[in-house]
Design a protein around this ligand. Structure first.
Ligand SMILES: Cc1cc2nc3c(=O)[nH]c(=O)nc-3n(C[C@H](O)[C@H](O)[C@H](O)COP(=O)(O)OP(=O)(O)OC[C@H]3O[C@@H](n4cnc5c(N)ncnc54)[C@H](O)[C@@H]3O)c2cc1C
Length: 506
């Protein structure tokens, strides 16, 4: 019997119907406008009694908030209600100079720094206990150049803000689907979505940026191609605080079409059969298409999107998916700006434990481990598995050389998602999550996507960065030798001055 306090199939159907593809997260949280607060009963007071304050120093560039300030409570929260942390100080920065002042202040006071753009980190990496959070929510500018169609963005600009600005001007950046995610975290960790198979990952379109390093110095990626390489997929909270980004844009497609297919009341054998067929069909997907397979309870759901003409090849895939499933909802081409909005998801904060559980090349690599995994997922209320298609332009040689992103040839990304409604359910739900995650890890599936992190990944350095971790350590030493900028899975230098062994403030 399903637990009324956890999300179950009906909730997800509502969320999916509300527009989320289910390929990432069924719910999107607030953006960084600091408007929505979920009051969580305070469990502990971790703010040091004597916060080292250069007494509320007035600056035009940055405002500091501490526990006694009314804004603090709202500011300390992000999208996931699972995290309940208490930074010593939250620095809301108004410009690059403000970030520089804040970092110097943190360094002088040995406060580890976390960075928050959109606050959507799945592991709460953008907030800490007892350190400083650099809040970039005021850095939201969007400036499209008429000369060369590049766009300069503030890192806290959300995808909904970005699409609303660019699409009417006929331009596009390949981002993700959820409207509340910010370009900062998304692009610095990679960034994939419905347009990536044609236009590359979000990071593949990053041309240059301005960064405040761990010493408070302002640097430009133009002066260090290796830094640009490192931040295309390895830049989230590692080398410094990125305050302005310049991206290449693409002509915006005129329309986007989404087709949905559902198979109800499945058993595991049926799911595996559909899945195997889906892997075969999507192996040759045209680059303008994207697909995701979702198992949610006993329902198998498939989304197929396309932003170009429906070729014979696409029609054939649609016919095959229709034959495989019980219900087909064929979409009509929808103008792009309204089509992307249907994928923004529900804007409500959630209790969730979501992470990637492997990138791989085909069904054969995972079929032998799937049966117990799918059984556990279909019998656990609030848990779902989604597999999205990468490949296409993502595997382009030029992009490969220009970025640290280590999983180019691995064309399927799996995400395990677990949701619950009440705080006290978290422990059990996380246990269930870990059980399934370990079934992947114990069976040799080890490549993971840093934007879907889990602090429990074994050998996370290799899982995220493959053979590139040591190179990233060298670059980290150039910009943040003492590890001022950090989170639980940030690059280590071995010369840390703040932070415990796992990066969490000691
Ligand atoms: C609802 C939801 C939907 C999602 N959809 C997608 C999707 O469609 N495609 C996809 O690829 N991913 C998706 N993700 C994952 C998302 O890309 C990551 O969670 C991303 O890190 C969020 O960025 P943020 O700026 O909103 O979050 P934040 O929590 O503010 O930041 C996340 C990380 O990035 C670092 N960071 C942020 N800004 C900066 C900066 N300016 N300088 C240096 N480091 C910085 C932070 O230190 C932190 O480690 C989704 C996540 C959620 C919760």
């Amino acid at each position: 019997m399903s637990d009324p306090n956890t999300y179950h199939r009906r909730d997800f159907i509502k969320l999916l119907a509300a527009g989320s593809t289910g390929f990432f997260i069924a719910s999107c949280g607030p953006d960084t406008e600091e408007k929505q607060v979920t009051q969580i009963p305070e469990k502990k007071d971790t703010v040091p009694a004597t916060v080292p304050v250069e007494e509320k120093k007035i600056s035009e560039n940055v405002k500091y908030y501490r526990k006694e300030d009314p804004e603090y409570e709202t500011l300390r929260h992000g999208h996931n209600k699972r995290f309940n942390k208490f930074p010593a100080v939250i620095a809301v920065c108004l410009n690059t100079e403000g970030v520089s002042e804040a970092v110097r202040y943190a360094k002088e006071n040995k406060l580890p720094v976390a960075i928050k753009s959109g606050g959507h980190s799945l592991e709460g990496f953008s907030v800490n206990d007892d350190g400083m959070v650099i809040n970039l929510s005021k850095l939201k500018s969007i400036s499209l150049s008429e000369e060369d169609n590049t766009v300069k963005l503030g890192p806290a600009c959300t995808l909904s803000e970005l699409y609303a600005d660019l699409i009417p001007k006929g331009r596009m950046i390949p981002g993700g689907s959820c409207g509340g995610v910010a370009i900062g975290g998304l692009s610095l960790g990679g960034g994939y979505g419905m347009f990536s198979r044609k236009m590359g990952l979000t990071c593949d379109n990053l041309l240059e940026f301005t960064m405040v390093d761990g010493n408070g110095n302002t640097v430009s990626s133009k002066d260090d191609p290796e830094l640009l390489w490192a931040c295309k997929g390895g830049g989230s909270g590692n080398f410094g605080v990125i305050t302005e980004m310049k991206f290449k844009t693409h002509p915006a497609p005129a329309t986007l079409t989404g087709h949905r297919f559902r198979k109800f009341k499945t058993d595991t054998t049926t799911v595996m059969n559909i899945m195997e067929k889906w892997f075969t069909l999507t192996a040759d997907l045209p680059p303008s298409c994207f697909s995701v397979f979702v198992l949610n309870g006993k329902t198998a759901f498939i989304l197929l999107t396309n932003f170009e003409e429906e070729t014979e090849a696409v029609k054939k895939i649609i016919a095959e998916l229709t034959a495989l499933t019980d219900k087909t909802s064929l979409g009509k081409p929808q103008v792009l700006d309204s089509a992307v909005q249907t994928f923004y998801g529900v804007q409500t904060p959630v209790f969730a434990k979501n992470s990637s559980v492997g990138l791989y090349k085909n069904y054969d690599e995972v079929k032998h481990i799937l049966r117990p995994i799918l059984e556990k997922i279909s019998s656990t209320s609030g848990m779902l598995l989604s597999i999205g298609t990468l490949g296409g332009a993502i595997d382009n040689e030029e992009f490969k050389k220009a970025s640290v992103f280590a999983h180019r040839g691995y064309t399927y990304l799996t995400e395990l998602q677990t949701y619950w409604k009440k705080e006290e359910q978290g422990e059990q739900m996380i246990k269930s999550y870990q059980e399934v995650r370990d079934m992947f890890q114990d069976n040799g599936v080890w490549r993971e996507y840093i934007n879907y992190p889990d602090i429990g990944f074994r050998n996370w350095e290799k899982a995220y960065y493959g053979k590139n971790y040591e190179k990233l350590q060298e670059i980290k030493k150039r910009y943040d030798l003492k590890n001022t900028i950090q989170h639980a899975q940030s690059i280590r230098t071995g010369l840390e001055e703040t932070g415990g062994e796992d990066g969490v403030p000691a």
